[in-house]
Write a new protein. Structure first.
Length: 105
């Protein structure tokens, strides 16, 4: 399945991975937590990330997301692959944030 992985402090990257819980836990470094975003896009992060003091990854209007995460879709009870337009939207949003942060420095 196609996902976007965003490591804390790094730009996101597109990956093809097996739809397997162990793979997902390896990416986020522990038990997973699912955060619903928009347009059927999910952000999957470490369930204990804040308790463990993982580094800030990005901020949502209602929460701070810490540690390494990945983005996928919901396919019923399973995770699903991102479509091309979803990948593009995610990549563009982080590029815009990165450019904005550079202007502040």
């Amino acid at each position: 399945m196609r996902i976007v992985v965003k490591k804390a402090g790094q730009m996101p990257e597109v990956r093809e991975v097996e739809n397997d819980l162990k793979v997902f836990q390896e990416i986020v470094g522990g038990h997973i937590e699912v955060v619903n975003l928009i347009e059927n896009i999910l952000c999957v992060c470490n369930d204990e990330g804040k308790l463990k003091g993982l580094p800030l990854n990005f901020v949502l209007p209602y929460d701070a997301i810490v540690g390494d995460v990945f983005f996928c879709t919901a396919d019923g009870e399973e995770f699903g692959s991102l479509e091309e337009h979803q990948v593009g939207a995610l990549m563009n949003s982080f590029i815009k944030v990165e450019r904005y942060m550079r202007t502040l420095q």
